[in-house]
Design a protein around this ligand. Structure first.
Ligand SMILES: [Zn+2]
Length: 491
């Protein structure tokens, strides 16, 4: 959070709720057999049902419901025995039917909560209001075509793709908490295989309800809804901008107007989009072509049994089992594959914390640099564990290890092979080290005098000289000890 923001937060408390839409990882759409796939040429994944042609009838995709149930149970929601699909009527060019099939009065699930890291350590539970299913709309294409200057196109491949909308209670109190909530929610969706959580491709989208109130005040201020938040960074920035805007309005004696605002990432500000609709504007009514959705106990049991260990459980387990700091455990459990990688390496090493450090710095940095998924990392968990063992046992220095890791990354060779071939093992031989120390001391009478005159910091200079003379391979702790003995002993 920027520094100029701090004085505002001393006087006002932001109140934030998030509405997250997640696309479900099904093969086909929610009510027809068209493929649910990103990146196909526009309007190639469509049929009479998702185009809303007269007479076409929707058929509910059972697997989509199973995935929505997985999300519901993983978030601790109460699944309703019966839920009802309704038509949400509105006009927009990306919605050929003129209505979206959604759930309103009787959603799939209600309640539940999500744990996020609290500001003062520990965990905070953010309450959820509901989780419901709905179909996605199409997408307007405003750029990228020769005719884009004159008109916009519409791509209906996305129309009818299954979504869950997860609505939080207004329990979040800062942009950081909103960011943490989104990260925790994404992790749950990834772990359970409910969604791929890819924000760039739009499979995870977020709207934020934001209001402010003077600190100590119980009543909620008037809220605005910010749409179009398509990255974690934008969510945080948009919330901060909106909080500052509302506080400025209140302090100048004006009022916040309840409305929907659009986040403009290029300008870094929100702008009014439309006055906020009320539910009655949508003229909801039950979808006459779909029976109410009944979820019996057998179905729920089956879904419950298929749930994997969830991110929060795994985070706690990593802290307990491997004595990792909370921070490390939180980073490593963001994605299931990363946590798997860590555990596979940690089990083969005596130093899980060192393994964690290597993953959080070198491994993640190189994956990002090469834009590779973890599955294609050239260094396997076992190979990383061997490298960590070489460092921990003092065979190679931490510095050398970074070079070795780089070579492992490019060649795929094991650490031991590289260290052996290139003669990178630390110089531990007492005689060789003592000789190097003696040479340096003999060649530097001025520095010796300075050190013996009380300038203790000069020792570092001697260590540097010995390291240089040994091509960086000397064990620094040993060199330090030998230098002290030579310099102090002869006094
Ligand atoms: Zn279709």
């Amino acid at each position: 959070m920027s520094l100029s923001f701090a004085p505002i937060l001393a006087r006002y408390e932001p109140v934030i709720g998030l509405e997250v839409h997640a696309q479900l990882l099904t093969r086909s759409k929610l009510f027809c057999g068209c493929a649910n796939r990103f990146g196909a040429p526009p309007n190639t994944l469509v049929c009479p049902v998702c185009l809303g042609l007269p007479g076409a009838l929707p058929v509910l995709n059972r697997h989509a419901v199973t995935l929505a149930l997985r999300a519901s149970l993983a978030l601790g929601c109460r699944v309703n025995a019966t839920s009802v699909f309704e038509r949400k009527n509105y006009f927009y060019p990306d919605l050929p039917k003129g209505y979206q099939i959604s759930q309103y009065a009787e959603p799939l699930a209600t309640g539940g909560s999500l744990a996020i890291a609290g500001a003062e350590g520990g965990e905070r539970h953010v309450r959820l209001a509901r989780l419901h299913m709905e179909e996605d709309a199409g997408k307007l294409l405003h750029e990228g075509f020769s005719w884009s200057g004159e008109k916009s196109g519409v791509d209906l491949n996305r129309a009818g793709v299954p979504l869950v909308e997860i609505v939080s209670e207004p329990d979040l109190r800062s942009s950081e908490e909103a960011h943490a909530y989104l990260g925790a929610l994404r992790a749950v969706l990834l772990y359970t295989g409910v969604s791929d959580g890819n924000m760039e491709e739009g499979s995870l989208r977020c709207d934020a309800n934001v209001s402010v109130r003077p600190r100590g005040e119980a009543a909620l201020g008037t809220r605005t809804e910010i749409k179009n938040l398509n990255s974690f960074r934008h969510v945080a920035r948009a919330i901060e901008h909106e909080v500052a805007r509302q506080v400025a309005l209140v302090e100048s004696g004006n009022q916040v107007v309840q409305e929907t605002r659009l986040w403009n990432a290029d300008r870094g500000e929100t702008a009014p989009m439309r006055s906020k609709e009320d539910a009655h504007d949508y003229r909801y009514f039950p979808e006459p072509d779909l029976a109410p959705l009944a979820v019996g106990p057998e179905w729920l049991d089956e879904v419950c049994r298929s749930l994997p260990e969830l991110p929060a459980q795994r985070r706690r387990r990593l802290v307990g089992e491997y004595a990792l700091p909370e921070y490390d455990a939180a980073v490593l459990t963001q994605e299931r594959e990363l946590a798997d990688y860590f555990e596979a390496a940690a089990r083969k090493s005596d130093s899980p914390k060192a393994v964690s450090n290597w993953i959080m710095t070198e491994l993640l940095r190189k994956l990002k640099r090469d834009a590779r998924p973890l599955a294609e990392a050239p260094v396997t968990p076992a190979a990383l564990a061997s490298l960590v063992t070489l460092v921990e046992s003092g065979r190679i220095s931490g510095r050398t290890a970074k070079d070795v890791f780089e070579r492992m990354w490019t060649s795929g060779e094991p650490a031991a092979t590289i260290v052996e071939r290139e003669g990178l093992a630390q110089l531990d031989d007492e005689g060789a080290l003592q000789a190097a120390v003696a040479e340096v001391v003999a060649a530097s009478p001025e520095q010796v005098a300075s050190y013996r005159g009380g300038k203790a910091a000069a020792l570092g200079w001697f260590v540097g000289q010995v390291m240089r003379r040994t091509g960086g391979r000397a064990n620094p702790q040993r060199v330090n000890a030998l230098l002290r003995k030579t310099l102090d002993g002869a006094r």
